[in-house]
Design a protein around this ligand. Structure first.
Ligand SMILES: Nc1nc2c(ncn2[C@@H]2O[C@H](COP(=O)(O)OP(=O)(O)OP(=O)(O)O)[C@@H](O)[C@H]2O)c(=O)[nH]1
Ligand SMILES: [Mg+2]
Length: 557
């Protein structure tokens, strides 16, 4: 948090010695898989006493519009294509402005009208400016003292799992508002998000946005559908609020205000509740792993070796899964270019060529001057038209380019889960323990959009001979020549677009593979550590499990 914002009054921090115990146990037993969850709890205890109220959800659900409406100022950029790329926090500050924190910890203060330069996809594509977070300070947010409203990048529209930035940030969530647009009610992705969020916070609220698109009867129907689906899928009730930034906003805002004000007033106890929830979930996972250690430590050295061989058998092998995932990635990457090029070729090449030829026939008669000037006009026209066409095609058609990424993601996720099931089954079979199973979510960041630049099509500058060529005789011939160039120029640009997207998509496929490998590596290292060298730990492990169970009882929600 930056120095200038007004830090809310400190609150009583719950003493949670169990967190230290868990951290020590994980270190001692080599339980690497829980590191991120531990860091999330520690951060919450150590950081400034804000409760982060995060708005999360699918891209274009209306998250930024909602926050602008709540704070009464159009501070966050909104739009019809994916916009938000960076976590943006809004809180009360003495002076109006924003602070950008970069990944290397540099900070700079900016005006509110510059926020867009850092948080929007168009001005900061795929966060190329390496911004970690933007903190917006507004004096009038004193109203919600101690709360920080957090805008998050939209979660992947075409992917089962969520974008990296928002996903990585989940352990930080205090209260979560899950935005679901009235025109896309409750997808598989939303359910996965809500399920996942429930690990990190007891306070999850659903927000049905853009309700102006529905009649009152339809609104009721959608809310009923939400409630029944969530009850069936997650066996829990969640509050559902409605919102529209278009009609009756003040009416909807009142409910949100009440909720946020209550959270702000009871910040101390709410904070404690959120923290307890996180620690309890962590304690349950730790107990799960300790039980594996306990079972193992009851065996003799020889039997323990045998158990280890049974659990980490030839199928549960790092090298095998590594080569399997690498093969999937390689196979998918090889197909990327063809998939994109074929799509552009069959769907767009002829139509674009025709469109450009028609446009050129309309434009060219208005161009005056000698051959040199005519050629410059042609080049300029081509540059403007092609850049605009490629840019718009890249933005509107890119979803058709993501086929191999989606396939790779699905195949890698499946392989990873099969591997996990093999491991879990072995543990179940050999030790009689059902592993608690922390979530293995592979997150996918949509690749950034390439910079569309014009490729110069001319090999020979015949226009330099303009003083030798009488235009009254040859103009028609040059016009025909310019037209004849169009198909080749279209083809060159389409294949360049395919190449640019291929590079980006293939890089993302590699990232997906590496993430999967990271999960597998941590889990195997954890299980290996738990199955090794436990001979003298039987007593201490069961004491530890008892202690954690007691702590769970004491921190009951
Ligand atoms: N009809 C209607 N449209 C809305 C409403 N809220 C947002 N929109 C429109 O929905 C589109 C997306 O809005 P954003 O606020 O940019 O959505 P977002 O969830 O922040 O999108 P990302 O940042 O890309 O994840 C914009 O075109 C908004 O004008 C609403 O209440 N009613
Ligand atoms: Mg947004």
């Amino acid at each position: 948090m930056n120095e200038t914002s007004s830090i809310p009054a400190p609150i009583q921090r719950p003493a949670l010695p169990v967190l230290n115990t868990i951290e020590r146990v994980c270190e001692e037993y080599g339980i690497l898989s829980l590191s991120r969850q531990i860091e999330g709890c520690k951060d919450l205890l150590a950081k400034d006493p804000f409760i982060d109220v995060a708005i999360l959800g699918q891209f274009k659900a209306g998250k930024s519009s909602f926050l602008n409406s709540i704070i009464g100022r159009p501070v966050l950029p909104v739009g019809v294509i994916p916009v938000t790329t960076v976590i943006t926090r809004l809180s009360c500050g003495q002076t109006e402005g924003a602070v950008v924190t970069f990944l290397d910890n540099r900070r700079c203060r900016i005006n509110l009208d510059e926020v867009e330069l850092f948080v929007s996809e168009t001005r900061n594509p795929a966060n190329e400016k390496n911004v970690e977070v933007v903190d917006i300070e507004l004096p009038h947010l004193k109203y919600y003292e101690g709360l920080r409203l957090v805008d998050t990048p939209g979660l992947g529209s075409v992917f089962k799992y969520n974008t990296e930035i928002s996903q990585e940030w989940l352990p930080e969530v205090g209260m979560a508002i899950v935005a679901i647009s009235a025109d896309r009610p409750l997808s598989e992705n939303d359910l996965a998000l809500i399920r996942n969020l429930s690990e990190y916070t007891p306070k999850v609220v659903l927000l049905l946005t853009k309700v102006d698109l529905l009649s009152p009867g339809q609104q009721e129907e959608v809310v009923r559908f939400f409630k029944s689906t969530l009850k069936r899928e997650l066996n829990r009730d969640f509050p559902v609020l409605l919102y529209s930034v278009v009609t009756e906003t003040e009416f909807y805002k009142r409910f949100l205000d009440q909720m946020l004000l209550a959270l702000s007033r009871n910040r101390g106890s709410e904070f404690e509740g959120i923290l307890r929830h996180k620690v309890r979930s962590l304690a349950r996972n730790t107990i799960g792993y300790l039980e594996i250690a306990l079972k193992t430590s009851l065996q003799s050295d020889q039997d323990r070796d045998a158990l280890k061989r049974l659990i980490l058998d030839e199928k549960v092998n790092y090298d095998i899964i590594q080569s399997e995932l690498s093969l999937i990635a390689k196979d998918s990457k090889q197909q990327t270019r063809t998939v994109i090029a074929d799509y552009l070729d069959t769907t767009h090449r002829a139509a674009l060529t025709k469109k450009l030829l028609n446009a050129l026939s309309e434009e060219m008669p208005q161009w005056k001057g000698n051959l040199w000037r005519l050629t410059r006009r042609y080049e300029q026209w081509l540059m403007d038209t092609m850049t605009a066409e490629m840019d718009s095609m890249s933005k509107t058609e890119y979803k058709h380019f993501l086929g191999t990424l989606k396939k790779a993601h699905a195949r890698i996720s499946r392989s990873m889960m099969l591997f996990r099931n093999l491991l879990d089954n072995n543990i179940q079979k050999v030790l009689g323990i059902t592993p608690t199973g922390i979530e293995w979510n592979i997150t996918v960041t949509e690749p950034s959009h390439p910079d569309i630049a014009f490729v110069h099509p001319f090999d020979f500058h015949f226009d330099l001979l303009w003083f030798l060529i009488p235009m009254c005789l040859f103009r028609k011939a040059f016009e025909r020549h310019f037209q004849k160039l169009i198909p080749r120029i279209v083809q060159t640009h389409l294949s360049r677009l395919a190449y640019q997207w291929e590079m980006r998509i293939n890089k993302t496929i590699d990232e997906v593979r590496d993430q999967a490998m990271g999960y597998v590596r941590d889990e195997l290292a954890t299980i290996d550590a738990l199955l090794s060298g436990m001979e003298s730990r039987t007593g201490s492990t069961s004491t530890m499990i008892e202690q954690l169970k007691q702590a769970l009882d004491q921190t009951a929600e």
